[in-house]
Design a protein around this ligand. Structure first.
Ligand code: FAD
Length: 318
């Protein structure tokens, strides 16, 4: 079922999750175990992120630079198919512009549609500084708007080339929004204007970057509505579990951690931090739900033990 239908039909705001494919060499059982722990909470959908291979570069004596793949993750498409068919939970693959040609994206979408997957998240991806040399007959989506347009065109039966079996696809498309602004956007007005272009291109819903102060989400929703964006805006939440994240999260995701939370974590023993993170996430979630958020989306990556402690009291509340 499409995310927009799930949101419209749910009696209470549904709570969804986002996982990261494990590193190559691990077992798929790790993902199955994570999903199994979420099943009692009836997840409406589970997103599976997508990642370009992590690489490092070495300068050779002749002055050329050689690229080595350091870490790869197994395929997002395969994991989505496995989750959806094994657990009967909608699985949502993240599709990236970076690292893929439009031709590769079209092939991925054909495969996803065939597998019965009806939702995709369209993202640009972060620039890892690497460009595969392009063949002349290959093209690229540079921004998420272009990727959304490609998916929407396929929904109308328009493929990159005339195909004898060009069946229209039927994807519901999610895109990313940034309550604290995308780090490359010059200001919030331009950022929301870019988001509006993604919606005008055909995006059906928005999932936000994580935030730890709900005021960022409420202000962002106001700015989006004033700009004429009417699609659902799903708040993305992360549960802090270590002191180190006070530095890594702002650096990686360009979001701030409120002083009250940062001070509490800094004063705590390492084994107390997860409890602080859980309590903060419960308070954030309760406030968002009371204020009418359409649903909640938790970035859990590979671990479901903390989120179950947040979701259990919320379900009691709902
Ligand atoms: P876009 O919407 O394309 O915007 C990127 C920047 O370019 C913005 O600053 C925008 O203002 C600007 N821009 C847009 N169009 C134009 C234009 N025509 N000309 C000039 N500037 C323009 N990353 C991953 O690698 N894998 C994932 O699975 C993943 N999942 C994510 C899930 C969510 C919910 C979120 C919020 C982020 C996720 N990301 C993921 C991170 C995301 O890929 C990065 O934040 C990336 O830098 C931007 O992606 P985007 O789709 O928002 O890009």
């Amino acid at each position: 079922m499409k995310v927009t239908e799930l949101l419209a039909r749910s009696a209470s705001p549904p709570i969804s999750y986002e996982i990261i494919p494990p590193l190559r060499g691990s077992s798929v059982q790790q993902v199955f175990d994570t999903v199994e722990q979420l099943l009692p909470f009836e997840p409406p959908f589970i997103d599976v992120t997508s990642h370009a291979a992590e690489a490092y570069y070495e300068e050779l004596p002749d002055g050329t630079v050689r690229r080595y793949s350091k870490r790869k993750r197994p395929g997002t498409i395969g994991l989505c198919a496995a989750i959806q068919h094994r657990f009967r939970v909608e699985a949502i693959p993240h599709l990236l512009c970076n690292g893929f040609t439009r031709e590769e994206t079209e092939d991925a979408l054909i495969e996803l549609h065939y597998l019965g997957i009806r939702n995709v998240m369209a993202l640009r991806g972060d620039d890892n500084g690497y460009r595969k040399p392009d063949r002349l007959d290959r093209t690229r989506n540079l921004y998420a708007t272009e990727l959304v347009s490609q998916i929407v065109a396929m929904n109308r039966g328009c493929y990159l080339e005339e195909l004898a079996n060009a069946v229209p696809t039927d994807f519901c498309v999610g895109v990313a929004g940034y309550p604290e602004k995308h780090f490359e956007a010059p200001n919030q007005v331009r950022d929301v204007a870019g988001l509006k272009r993604k919606v005008e291109a055909g995006a059906d819903y928005i999932v936000t970057q994580m935030f730890f102060d709900n005021r960022h989400y409420f202000d962002f929703v106001d700015r989006c509505r004033e700009a004429g964006i009417t699609v659902p805006i799903i708040p993305g939440l992360k549960i802090l579990s270590s002191n180190k994240q006070l530095r890594t999260i702002p650096r990686s995701f360009h979001v701030e951690i409120p002083e009250e939370l940062a001070a509490e974590i800094e004063a705590a023993k390492p084994e107390q931090v997860a409890e602080i993170g859980v309590e903060w996430a419960v308070r954030q979630s309760e406030q968002l739900l009371s204020a009418g958020a359409p649903s909640l989306h938790f970035y859990i990556m590979a671990c479901s033990s903390l989120v179950t402690r947040v979701v259990r009291p919320l379900r009691v509340m709902a």
